[in-house]
Design a protein around this ligand. Structure first.
Ligand code: FCB
Length: 542
């Protein structure tokens, strides 16, 4: 990544304490982009008159609270035929992946399971949040979602149809411990045993994540991720779960994307549990690191052979301008958003990004904590959706004198339906950077994918060519990184199914399979058929 290869900044910053969406007369479509990764989930598709919607989602206050508004010209969706394929010129050589490479798809419990109070499950923060008026677009909830709790055999059949060898799913903590403490709920564990057994019978690696954001609500009531006690609670849950499933499951992830669930849920307040402020984020960020270390130790103790990783939301950070100040800012942003939950785990402590030193007091760091955070991970799960452009500023959302003014990517690639830039080199850059910085620690791409709304035509066929083109580009980037030495062991498309996309509800479809949310019926999209071919050939034309 060097600044020279990118064009000058693509939009101008507007200092604003009042206006949520600034519009330029004569410009048909403009989106306000919060200087924060993933905000575009909420803000990414604004048209004229949508400022009210921003306010309705509570994001106006958020934008003001960051004190900086970015304006970016929203891209029209790129339709097939609008541009030539950049990724698959005809007649090029076949790209092959290493022997034994895992081809997979990913999902998360709250996004697909439904059955929100079946078989003794306790309430999670996402149940509470989605049941609160005004929190999720259209008032959508995950009460039913894809009903995978009851229909999981259909999910396994889809994985088989696509020749996949790995399924990344997550475990609902309040199914296992309804209030987040105490004895396990046998029916909850039994559900995951049945799912895992069905996967094993189909020759598919079960690849669970312990925490994909559905904290038991009773633990949130006791302070959630700002309560130090939660680290121990989480380690207990990790131990119960690995003990119960460790005879069948060998590869685990502890967390999914601490950077996102903390930023969205404990800083910006637009995901569950809806809390805000840096004074909330700072202790929560440390307690998640403590929880990761303690859970790792508990898992190692109960399943000594387990291969244990964690899945991080990673976005290469690049300076918006070719200046030392922006280069330094991009590096600080990288360390805070990409490696804050990796370096402590690997015994490197917290990255030095704060101008006045680590805010230990505000974080609640105690003597001996860094040793407790250590979790010598066997692999890093790479969730990659975007790159981001960063520039120097005073303060910024994390008080590190840096801000992502292009959090959803720059202006060079086409945009997906939720306004994220399609930029395959982001995956290559991140895989290479991790390979260099972490001495060849094993990597798994645990999420990568795109939202497009394409639905069934008159014959029931779902022509989602843009998704195919997306996967071709990113798989080519992964293959290039592997060729240059990146130890990537698997690739998981996000997602197996269209599902509940958090604050966007059912408004963004990421699936390889279309889900009719009325009937629950699943249909493979053309991208699913494409992915099936890639998995069976262990490679693709590129
Ligand atoms: C990731 C989340 C996943 C899904 C995708 C689109 O940040 O891990 O649950 O929402 O984004």
């Amino acid at each position: 990544m060097n600044a020279g290869q990118y064009p000058p900044r693509v939009f101008s910053l507007v200092e604003s304490s009042q206006n949520v969406v600034e519009r330029t007369p004569g410009r048909p479509t403009e989106a306000a982009v919060c200087p924060f990764s993933n905000e575009a989930r909420l803000l990414g598709r604004l048209g004229p008159g949508d400022a009210n919607e921003v306010e309705a989602h509570g994001a106006g206050e958020l934008l003001r609270s960051f004190g900086v508004l970015g304006r970016i010209h929203a891209h029209e969706d790129t339709r097939p035929g609008d541009r030539e394929s950049r990724y698959a010129p005809p007649g090029m050589a076949r790209l092959r992946f290493p022997e034994g490479f895992h081809w997979g798809a990913a999902t998360a419990s709250y996004q697909i399971e439904g059955a929100w109070k079946q078989d003794g499950k306790g309430e999670s923060i996402w149940d509470r949040f989605s049941h609160t008026a005004g929190r999720v677009r259209n008032g959508d909830t995950g009460d039913v979602a894809c009903d995978s709790y009851n229909r999981f055999p259909e999910d396994v059949a889809l994985l088989e149809e696509m020749n996949l060898t790995s399924y990344r799913f997550s475990i609902t903590w309040p199914r296992i411990q309804p209030t987040g403490r105490g004895a396990a709920n046998a029916k909850g564990l039994d559900y995951y045993r049945r799912l895992v057994d069905a996967l094993l019978a189909a020759g598919i690696r079960p690849f669970p994540t312990l925490y994909h954001w559905d904290l038991p609500q009773s633990l949130e009531d006791e302070g959630g991720w700002t309560s130090r006690d939660l680290a121990g609670r989480f380690a207990d849950y990790a131990e119960i779960t690995t003990r119960a499933l460790g005879d069948r499951v060998s590869d685990w992830m502890i967390f999914n994307e601490p950077s996102i669930f903390l930023a969205m849920g404990y800083l910006a307040g637009i995901h569950a549990p809806g809390r805000r402020g840096l004074d909330t984020w700072l202790p929560a960020s440390h307690i998640v690191n403590l929880a990761q270390g303690q859970a790792f130790q508990a898992m190692r103790a109960s399943a000594s052979d387990a291969r244990i990783g964690t899945a991080l939301a990673l976005a290469p950070c690049q300076p918006m301008h070719d200046t030392d100040a922006d280069r330094d800012a991009a590096e600080r942003w990288h360390q805070l958003t990409n490696t804050w939950w990796l370096d402590p785990a690997l015994g490197r402590g917290y990255p030095a990004v704060h101008p006045d030193g680590l805010p230990e007091r505000a974080m609640g760091v105690r003597a001996g904590d860094l040793a407790l955070c250590e979790a010598p991970l066997d692999f890093v799960g790479v969730n990659l959706y975007m790159r981001c452009g960063v520039e120097a500023c005073d303060g910024g959302p994390f008080d590190i004198d840096a801000v992502a003014t292009a959090p959803m990517g720059l202006d060079q690639g086409p945009r997906t339906h939720c306004n994220w830039e399609v930029w395959p080199d982001a995956l290559y850059d991140m895989l290479m950077r991790l390979t260099q910085d972490y001495d060849g620690l094993e990597l798994e791409v645990t999420e990568n994918g795109c939202a497009y709304p394409d639905g069934p035509d008159d014959n029931g066929v779902i022509h989602d060519d843009r998704r195919i083109e997306f996967f071709q580009g990113y798989l080519e980037a992964a293959a290039r990184a592997i060729d240059e030495g990146a130890p990537v062991k698997g690739y998981h498309a996000w997602s197996l199914l269209d599902n509940f996309e958090w604050a966007e509800g059912y408004g963004e479809r990421f699936g390889l399979a279309w889900v009719d949310f009325e009937s629950g019926e699943r249909t493979l999209k053309e991208s699913g058929h494409f992915f099936a071919e890639v998995a069976s050939a262990n490679g693709l034309e590129a």
